[in-house]
Structures are given as C-alpha cells and as structure tokens.
Design a protein around this ligand. Structure first.
Ligand code: NAP
Length: 260
C-alpha cells in the first residue's frame, strides 16, 4: 500500500519545500492550502519530477470543521505516514493596536487549533498502523516571549510544548513527533505579516526556505523531538535558561520593534 504525506501550507515557502522533500523520498503527497492554482501547479511539477501520486485538497484552516473534513478526505482509504503541520501565520504589532484582531484570531485558529486537530487525528491513525512521523513547524519564537508579536510567539510556545508532550505519550508506538524551530527564514511570511516596516529580523540575512526544510525533514526522519535550526537560533533558544525572563522579553521586544 502506498504511504502518503500530508503537508499543510504547501502553496508557498516552507510547505512547498517540505512537500518536495516528501516526493523526493518516494511518498505520495497530499498538498493543502487555500491558493488552489499554486497547489495545482506545484502538484503537476512534483508528479513530473518524482513520478509520485499527488492530490490537492484545498482547505481554509481557520475553520475547524474544514480541518476535520480535510483529515477525513486525506485519510479516506489511505495510509498517512507523514503529517507536516506547517501552515502558520503571525502579526507584527502591539496587542492594543486597532484592527489587529482578525489576523490574530486567524493565527490562533491555524497555528493552534488546526495544528492540534490534525496532530490528534494523525496520532490516532498512525498509532493504529504502528508507524508514522509528525513534523510540527514551530519556531525559535516558541522559546521566547515576543513583545510586539505576542500572540504568534505564544502560539509557537504552545505547539512546541504540545509536540514534546505528545512525543512522550507516543513513545514505543512507532510514531514520532518532531518540532522544528527555525528562526527568520526567506519566505512570504514577513511580506504577509501585517508589518508595513521592517523588524530587525528582516533586516538581517535569512536562510533559504529550502535549507531550513532540509534540516527539519532530516530531524523528522531521525525521529528527533526538537530541532532548532541554525547556530544563532540555538543560542537564542538557550538564553532563557540563563537570563531572567523579564530581561529576555525586553531584548526580544527591541528586536521585534517595527522601526528598524
Ligand atoms: N518564515 C519564517 O521566518 C518562519 C520562521 C519560523 C517559523 N515559521 C513557520 O513556518 C511555517 C510556514 O511559514 P512560511 O514562512 O513558509 O510562510 P508563508 O510563505 O507565508 O506560507 C504560509 C503557508 O500557510 C498557508 N496558510 C496561511 N493561512 C492559511 C489558512 N487560513 N488556511 C490554510 N493555509 C493557510 C499559506 O497558504 P495559502 O495562502 O495558499 O492558504 C502558505 O502556504 C509557519 O508555521 C510559520 O509560523 C516561519
């Protein structure tokens, strides 16, 4: 029986790269996001390049009912061997700013609720098959409180904690859960985060989506629980163990200010 990989947020950035790596490794692939044209074009190029089956299932992950439907459609008559919970978004701006809530609500719905539903459904399905790999795309932000991007950082802290806990619950079942924690990466993420000005992160050089996805995919394949990508991000993830939390929040807040 063919083994399938389900990749969310596969129309752009990291998700596109993860789905390419899945096809390269011989998985049949299910691509999901909202931009159907981009998904269809990507599906055609994966079929041509890797001779695997590729299905497109468009879904808006802000709607929990659509997320359940997505899983049902993806897993109907198929063994899902890999779930890449990649779709995510954030907003750079203070919590008191007017007009931020629709995007913040969407980030909670996609980064937390949709990721949790898919993790829960995939974990049960994979446990039943005695095998599977779940890759949750968290962030180095998950280690740090993020003034001016507070909800996004909190959502990634949630996903990181959830991943580590569920990885332990699934120990000895054949199912692994990996949280990959990139730092700022060259994708559409910053173009679409609602920031009119640049943050410090976007002023500094960013690694390619391809290199970050390769690191995350390799960690997942090895069954690692947490992978922080890049030396500077490893240091950032370690600093909260050394510095008072209030001091961390102060420094992160400076880096996330929109006036760089
Ligand atoms: N780029 C970074 O600096 C960075 C750093 C650390 C972690 N991350 C994480 O990496 C993941 C991927 O981000 P990226 O950088 O590749 O961003 P991106 O280029 O903006 O891509 C985001 C993807 O999420 C999908 N998406 C957004 N809202 C959606 C919705 N409501 N329903 C379904 N799909 C939705 C988008 O597809 P559609 O628009 O077609 O729906 C797109 O495919 C996210 O979880 C992000 O938090 C990114």
């Amino acid at each position: 029986m063919a083994i399938w990989a389900l990749v969310t947020g596969a129309s752009e950035g990291l998700g596109r790269e993860f789905s390419t790596l899945a096809a390269k490794d011989g998985f049949d692939v299910i691509l999901t996001a909202r931009q159907t044209d981009k998904l269809q074009a990507h599906a055609a190029s994966l079929r041509r390049a890797y001779n695997v089956a590729v299905e497109v299932i468009p879904a808006d992950l802000t709607d929990p009912v659509a997320v359940e439907r997505l899983w049902d459609a993806a897993s109907e008559g198929r063994q899902i061997g890999v779930l890449v919970n990649n779709a995510g978004l954030g907003r750079n701006g203070d919590i008191t700013e007017d007009g931020g809530w629709p995007r913040e609500a969407d980030s909670i719905a996609v980064n937390i609720i949709a990721a949790t539903i898919l993790l829960k459904r995939a974990a049960a399905h994979m446990k039943g098959h005695g095998a599977g790999r779940i890759l949750n795309v968290a962030s180095v932000a998950g280690f740090l409180p993020g003034p001016h991007m507070a909800i996004y950082h909190a959502s990634k802290a949630y996903l990181l904690s959830l991943s580590e806990a569920v990885a332990e619950e699934l120990r000895s079942t054949g199912v692994t859960v990996t949280a990959v924690c990139p730092g700022p990466t060259a994708t559409q993420f910053f173009a679409s985060d609602g920031a009119e000005r640049k943050t410090l992160a976007t002023r500094l050089g960013m690694p390619s989506a391809e290199s970050v996805a390769v690191a995350g995919w390799a960690a997942m394949t090895r069954g690692r629980r947490v992978k922080v990508v890049g030396a500077a991000n490893k240091l950032l993830a370690f600093l909260p163990r050394l510095l008072p939390r209030r001091m961390m929040a102060f420094f992160v807040g400076i880096s996330l200010k929109k006036r760089w």
